[in-house]
Design a binder for this molecule. Structure first.
Ligand code: ZN
Ligand code: ZN
Length: 222
């Protein structure tokens, strides 16, 4: 009954084709293209998302898993609906039936934090929602290990990689509560979209400085 009332008050339409009755219809979901896997350090194609051996460094990322191709219109719409429509159901919808293998067994899932200002305004961090959605499948707990400590310009407003790297330098910190538990840990960082990757690379440095041994990233799209 409650659902019927909700449907009546807030009718749902597929973000892809506009079909009435759901956020994303079966057909549009089935057509969402997967991303090719890339090296998180140089952005070029890489088998299974492993960081190229020539791109590896002690404080760098060890690999990256990207799911959908962000060039696709439906993928963009679905992610917008999560990010700006705060649609938790959509997160679960588009991760439905999804499983992956990176060859690593992770100890923690860590969402890339939004600035507290943005997060409080929405009460919603899409990276954390994604982490929570995959936590059960992977049987790996989600911990808010990282905090963002200063306000940055929105990365999407900065055009080149250098500016983006500079913009996030010193932005992330390990929460006091977690400082002592990171030694030797294998961590999967989670975010919605991997664009330049500056945020994830900076988070990785901070985690590895605190003793994490392996850091991979997982992004819903690239
Ligand atoms: Zn549709
Ligand atoms: Zn590379």
């Amino acid at each position: 009954m409650f659902e019927l009332i909700m449907d009546f008050l807030f009718p749902k339409f597929c973000v892809g084709c506009g079909e009435y009755g759901c956020d994303l219809c079966k057909k549009c979901f089935a057509e969402m293209p997967y991303s090719e896997q890339i090296c998180p350090e140089c952005g070029k194609e890489s088998m299974m998302g492993w960081t190229h051996s020539g791109c590896k460094s002690s404080r760098g990322m060890d690999g990256l898993i990207v799911i959908y191709d962000h060039q696709d219109r439906v993928v963009q719409k679905a992610i917008e609906d999560i990010k700006f429509g705060f649609n938790r159901v959509m997160v679960r919808e588009i991760l439905k039936g999804f499983s992956f293998e990176s060859g690593e067994k992770f100890d923690l899932l860590v969402p890339v934090p939004l600035h507290f200002y943005r997060e409080n305004w929405r009460g919603f961090n899409q990276a954390e929602e994604i982490a929570l959605a995959i936590s059960g499948k992977m049987k790996v707990p989600v911990k808010r290990v990282l905090v963002r400590n200063k306000r940055t310009k929105q990365q999407s407003l900065l055009s080149n990689r250098k500016e983006r790297e500079k913009n996030v330098k010193g932005v992330f910190e390990v929460d006091k509560e977690y400082k002592s538990i990171l030694r030797g840990k294998k961590i999967l960082l989670v975010d919605d979209v991997f664009t330049s990757g500056a945020d994830m690379r900076e988070c990785t440095k901070v985690l590895k400085r605190s003793g994490a041994t392996v850091v991979w990233g997982l992004a819903m799209a690239h």
